[in-house]
Design a binder for this molecule. Structure first.
Ligand code: F6P
Length: 462
């Protein structure tokens, strides 16, 4: 099925793929294209490259598509049984590995690795085996296989055993935990994760900080990196696409609607996130409230535009977090709002055109995650901003490594400091804001998705 790119055939493996299917009431299947850096990076290789993307069926629609043999050229979806996938994805990947790498546990009570965890771990291993077997089955002699993320940490090691001829890489889109946090995992799990990844020829990370943390874990817990190379590829924003897309008619319409919601002559503090536990939306709202307390002169003159799009709603802790964002936004609005001014404009329905509209309008972008692999929003806003935008940026976001110099940097746990930073950003003189925004955009676009992908492929096949 797969053909070649340059000398080597290319295969990509990730949990979420570039397409998904929705079962309609009339029994037909509707195709939806996925988004994100990886998708655009891979599409940029071009249709002739014929890379094969192996991904998991995530929904009933996806499983039905596999059953009916419906599919896109260049994509192979694996119909892992729903219960196995749920244990691997929700149980291990999102509730354990994501928590460890983002340091999210409230440790007096969690994690507690009990018998339910071990069932989930066995299913995580089964799910990784399904990927390794499918890749072994599809790959031509000497092919390059690029495995993505914490869902598939065991794949490189398993695939290496099945197909020693392949060039294998693994890329982490998340941070990597410091060794003292990583060793919270049961010893066997920590060892299997590291050994699985070290089955790759090459491991990629978004920043040097995450690469160093991984290396430290290997030094301490796995006797070093062995023959595996570690590299850093900082995924950048796709300037051409963003600038073109953000000038389309639907974005202009959303801008008009947003302007009406915000009100005449007001400044805007914009944030756009998937509502992940690491994004720190609640402390962002607390900081905004603090700003209104510390600087009453901003009341009626500023609006916090917060887009918090649902994510991983199968997990109760995500649903609770989403509800807390909504509750706090309502509380601020009822405490400070006036008949003509809504202090927080919160939207929770994903709308890419509206996100771009908010990027264009933003006076200040607030990106304050407690920990983040990169954070592409921090890179996208300055690229499309109409008049220049001040960036309040967490020092714990991967993007800090490239953008920190031109941003107003905050400790994401420090609400008072974040409020101070918001004030500083709002009062930044327009020429300085425009100047900094230009420098942010230049740094943000240093390695656009297609080049990001190609740089990994080149390094792997060199
Ligand atoms: O935020 C980025 C990320 O963590 C990537 O590492 C990963 O590919 C993606 O989120 C997974 O999100 P989802 O659970 O929605 O598939």
């Amino acid at each position: 099925m797969a053909s070649t790119y340059g000398a080597a055939q290319v295969l990509v493996a990730s949990n979420r793929g570039p397409v998904s299917y929705e079962l309609q009431e009339d029994g037909s299947l509707r195709t939806k294209r996925g988004g994100g850096g990886l998708v655009s990076g891979l599409s940029a290789i071009g249709p002739d490259a014929g890379a094969l993307w192996v991904c998991s069926a995530l929904s009933d629609g996806d499983r039905e598509a596999v059953r009916r043999g419906v599919g896109e050229d260049g994509v192979r979806m694996l119909a892992v049984p729903a219960d196995v996938h749920a244990d691997a994805y929700n149980g291990v990947a999102n509730s354990v590995l994501w928590f460890v790498h983002h340091m999210l546990y409230q440790t007096p009570l969690e994690p507690a690795f009990d018998s339910a965890f071990w069932r989930q771990w066995e299913n995580y291993a089964r799910y990784n085996r399904a990927f390794a077997e499918a890749l072994a089955d599809e790959a031509a002699e000497g092919a390059a296989v690029l495995v993505q993320d914490y869902h598939l940490t065991l794949v490189p090691g398993l695939l290496r055993k099945l197909r020693p001829d392949l060039r294998i890489s693994h890329f982490s889109h998340t941070p990597w935990a410091p060794v003292d946090y990583f060793r919270m995992l049961p010893d066997r799990v920590a060892r299997e994760v590291l050994e699985g990844m070290l089955g790759a020829d090459r491991l990629g990370f978004l920043t040097q900080r995450w690469a160093d943390a991984f290396t430290a874990c290997c030094d301490e817990l796995a006797g070093g990196l062995g023959d595996t190379e570690v590299g850093v590829h900082g995924l950048g924003a796709d300037a051409d696409f963003l600038r073109r897309r953000s000038r389309e008619a639907d974005v202009e319409e959303r801008m008009a609607a947003l302007r009406a919601e915000i009100g005449q002559g007001r400044r805007t503090i914009v944030r756009v996130d998937r509502t992940e536990l690491s994004k720190n939306i609640v402390r962002g709202l607390l900081a905004y409230r603090q700003l209104l307390d510390d600087h009453p002169e901003w009341r009626e003159r500023v609006v916090h535009v917060a887009f918090a799009y649902p994510s991983r709603q199968d997990l109760a802790v995500y649903r609770e977090y989403t509800a807390e964002v909504q509750r706090l936004a309502d509380e601020i609005n009822s405490q400070y709002g006036t008949p003509g001014w809504t202090p927080v404009v919160l939207h929770v329905k994903d709308d890419f055109a509206r996100s771009l509209a908010a990027y264009r309008l933003a006076d200040v972008a607030l990106v304050n995650p407690i920990r983040d692999g990169m954070n592409l929003v921090a890179k996208e806003v300055p690229v499309v901003s109409d008049e220049g935008c001040a960036l309040v940026l967490s020092r714990e976001a991967g993007a800090y490594e490239e953008l920190g110099e031109h941003a107003i940097v905050v400790n994401p746990y420090d609400v008072m400091d974040t409020a101070r930073a918001l004030h500083e950003a709002l009062t930044m003189p327009p020429h300085e804001r425009a100047e900094r925004s230009k420098r942010l955009a230049a740094a943000a676009t240093a390695l656009p998705p297609a080049q990001w992908f190609m740089s990994q492929l080149r390094a792997l096949t060199a």
